[in-house]
Design a binder for this molecule. Structure first.
Ligand SMILES: CCCCCCCCCCCCCC(=O)SCCNC(=O)CCNC(=O)[C@H](O)C(C)(C)COP(=O)(O)OP(=O)(O)OC[C@H]1O[C@@H](n2cnc3c(N)ncnc32)[C@H](O)[C@@H]1OP(=O)(O)O
Length: 194
């Protein structure tokens, strides 16, 4: 594992994460939490279209195939795009806790170059919870779920209220998302309990 900074070490009073009783069953696809999300939404032509699946406990697996629009160097994925894939996968974990949370800190190791056309096999889990702070870790592998690690990350998500989005998001998008007729998607975007 990478040597993450002190602020990503859970404090002594941290507890193990508890999977919400209504969390999707292991193996179930989560679907996009927001159609326009750059990480998982289907309405972003150049987005990652990342597909996350619930795992056992508080864990997630996800896949993302690098497209030509995701290049940094010729034929290789941009590091920021790979960080997005990790961030999105880690963010999906919060749905298993039924907690609304945003990324406070994301520390990423880029271990191997990731070519265009490659599929990144991601897995992530919550390792600890301390009050509003959710500690989690993720890896992205090449050539299959057991292939070599290409990227990894440790993160701290901070629980927020719905007001976080209402106060800071642009009004037009907030209004549209709030009135999304897809109840589950709306709940994933804005509510703890659908
Ligand atoms: C249901 C699911 C819903 C999903 C909704 C859709 C979104 C998800 C989609 C997924 C998309 C992908 C995900 C995305 O892209 S999420 C988008 C990217 N992230 C953001 O935009 C977040 C921007 N930041 C903030 O809004 C605030 O800074 C937050 C809310 C994070 C904290 O400000 P707030 O005023 O509220 O709290 P606080 O400052 O008292 O801090 C509280 C505690 O946390 C600790 N701390 C804070 N920051 C850091 C740090 N950097 N390193 C280490 N520690 C940090 C802090 O020391 C304190 O600890 P303690 O003193 O208590 O011990």
């Amino acid at each position: 594992m990478s040597g993450s900074s002190a602020s990503l070490q859970p404090p002594a009073d941290a507890v193990k994460p508890v999977r919400h009783p209504d969390a999707p069953a292991p193996g179930e696809l989560l679907g996009a939490h927001y159609g326009a999300c750059f990480g998982c939404g289907s309405e972003q032509p150049h987005g990652l279209h990342l597909q996350a699946r619930a795992g056992e406990g508080v864990s997630i697996t996800a896949e993302f195939t690098v497209q030509p629009a995701h290049q940094g160097a010729p034929g290789l994925a941009h590091g920021g795009v790979l960080a997005t894939a990790l961030d999105e996968t880690l963010g999906s974990l919060n749905w298993l806790l039924r907690t609304i949370a945003v990324t406070g800190r994301l520390e990423t190791d880029f271990v191997r170059p990731v070519p265009v056309g490659a599929t990144l096999y991601l897995e992530a889990e919550v390792t600890a919870v301390a009050g509003r702070k959710i500690y989690s870790t993720a890896t992205g592998r090449l050539d299959g779920p057991d292939g070599p690690v290409a990227v990894r990350a440790d993160a701290l998500f901070v629980e927020v209220k719905v007001d976080h989005f209402v106060e800071h998001g642009r009004e037009a998008e907030i209004k549209a998302a709030m009135s999304d007729p897809d109840q589950t998607r709306r709940a994933r975007a804005f509510e703890v309990n659908p």
